[in-house]
Design a protein around this ligand. Structure first.
Ligand SMILES: [Zn+2]
Length: 103
């Protein structure tokens, strides 16, 4: 007796890094493997896993962004400090010129 059922599943293709066979797995399962780095097998039995999880890639990218933002902020602080020093120098020069009888 044959039974039929209808299910909707999104499948994603993958290529075995050992034998090259193309296979599919549910996208949700692939997400789990990419997230936690757990092992899975191609149809020919070759174990494999994703070497860098999505969360690891995200953490690395966020750390790089934070590092760049820190550098930018350090440059902005330095720029503000230099602007203050420049204003102080201009004021000192103007006061010196005035005290020396200049214009
Ligand atoms: Zn394989």
């Amino acid at each position: 007796m044959n039974e039929q059922f209808l299910a909707q599943v999104t499948l994603t293709t993958e290529v075995c890094c050992h034998c090259g066979v193309v296979f599919t797995m549910p996208s949700s399962l692939m997400h789990v493997h990419r997230t936690d780095g757990s092992s899975f097998y191609c149809p020919n039995g070759h174990a494999q896993h994703y070497t860098q999880t999505t969360e690891e890639k995200l953490k690395i990218a966020e750390a790089k962004i934070q590092q760049q933002e820190n550098i930018i902020e350090a440059f902005r602080k330095r720029e503000r400090r230099l602007e203050k020093n420049l204003i102080n120098c201009k004021n000192l020069l103007e006061n010196y010129v005035k005290s020396a009888g200049g214009a």
